[in-house]
Design a protein around this ligand. Structure first.
Ligand code: GRF
Length: 194
């Protein structure tokens, strides 16, 4: 069983979906740590209910990004984590973490990259009036949502949909796409994601 860590900053619906897929035996992994940079985030309550060990920290309590990432890396290593999956972790990964987990950090982003990178991708797509958006799962590199794409799925934005409707449609896709990509990645099958 591959040991994986999840990183999140918010509600954690993707963490929940991944944990349920692990529990159901569809994703061949053990979630050894949830890393969270917001100690009051709802994802921590979910993790507790799911029985996932957590490390919550406040970046401002460290003197630098290098310092908190060094702490994270040592906790990941202590837990035996082999892969890191970002699930709504709202922070750019720095060289300390990237070098420790080169090609082993994956992110989910709520747009069809390279369109609408960065914050509030759903709002950006909505404001742009695009008719098709979607979800991207990609490897993490130094840039903002720029690493090699692993898989994507599209969502059609119909006229009359509100921003919340788009978000609901996107999150529904995320909750099946991400566990599926993780399953295929851990099974050593990068190309065939479905
Ligand atoms: C998701 O839409 C994900 O694509 C983005 O942040 C959101 C996290 O949602 N990176 P949740 O915390 O998993 O509910």
């Amino acid at each position: 069983m591959t040991k994986i860590a999840l990183f999140a900053s918010g509600s954690g619906s993707n963490v929940q979906a991944i944990a349920e897929a692990v529990e159901a035996g569809t994703v061949p992994a053990e979630i050894v740590l949830l890393v969270c940079d917001k100690p009051d985030a709802y994802v921590l309550e979910r993790a507790e209910k799911l029985g996932i060990p957590t490390f919550a920290f406040k970046p401002k309590e460290y003197e630098s990004k290098e310092a908190f990432e060094t702490d994270i890396v040592s906790r990941l290593r202590a837990a035996g984590a082999e892969y890191v999956f970002l699930a709504g972790y709202m922070r750019l990964i720095g060289p300390t973490l990237l070098n420790a987990y080169r090609n082993r950090i994956v992110n989910i982003h709520p747009s069809l990259l390279p369109a609408f990178p960065g914050k509030d991708a759903i709002g950006q797509a909505f404001e742009a009036g695009v008719k098709i958006s979607g979800v991207t799962v990609h490897f993490v590199d130094e840039g903002m949502d720029t690493g090699p794409i692993i898989d994507q799925e599209c969502v059609r934005i119909h006229s009359g949909m509100t921003r919340d409707d788009v978000q609901t449609a996107i999150q529904k896709i995320e909750h099946t796409l991400y566990p599926n990509v993780i399953k295929n990645l851990l099974n050593g099958n990068r190309e065939e994601q479905n």
